[in-house]
Write a protein that binds this ligand. Structure first.
Ligand SMILES: [Zn+2]
Length: 139
């Protein structure tokens, strides 16, 4: 019996459906990746709340990887958005909040994380390419 691998990490067995994919409930991702998605959601909600309740207007700076700002604590916060953007005002749904002691450190961390996400995607794509249905189309 073949065990389906997680479509995100490609490592662990897929045990839960991907809630981002409507339709039939097929186990596509592992619980670890599912947990990460949920915690990502939570961070987005927290970030939005923080933005709404911020008494002093924070300055958000747009970067190619998402927007960044300096928190009242002087730490830098970045909201990584590496999905296609739908408007010039910046990301609607950052995938992750990242912190840095300085702006440079934050930007470096955002770049590292973006690279890591790219590798994850690459793993997912090569996993998909090796599936029977994908091979059938090739010579
Ligand atoms: Zn996984």
């Amino acid at each position: 019996m073949s065990t389906k691998k997680c479509e995100i990490c490609g490592q662990r067995p897929a045990t839960v459906p991907d809630r981002d994919r409507p339709g039939r409930l097929i186990n596509r991702i592992c619980s670890e990746c599912h947990r990460r998605k949920l915690s990502g959601d939570l961070k987005v909600v927290v970030a939005k709340k923080a933005r709404e309740s911020e008494p002093v207007l924070p300055v958000f700076i747009h970067t190619p990887l998402g927007w960044i700002t300096q928190a009242p604590s002087e730490r830098w916060l970045g909201y990584l958005e590496i999905a296609p953007r739908s408007d010039a005002n910046g990301p609607e749904a950052p995938i992750m909040q990242i912190e840095g002691r300085t702006r440079e450190q934050l930007l470096r961390r955002m770049l590292d994380e973006a690279r890591c996400q790219m590798r994850l995607l690459g793993t997912m794509i090569s996993w998909a390419e090796n599936q029977e249905w994908a091979r059938r189309g090739k010579k």
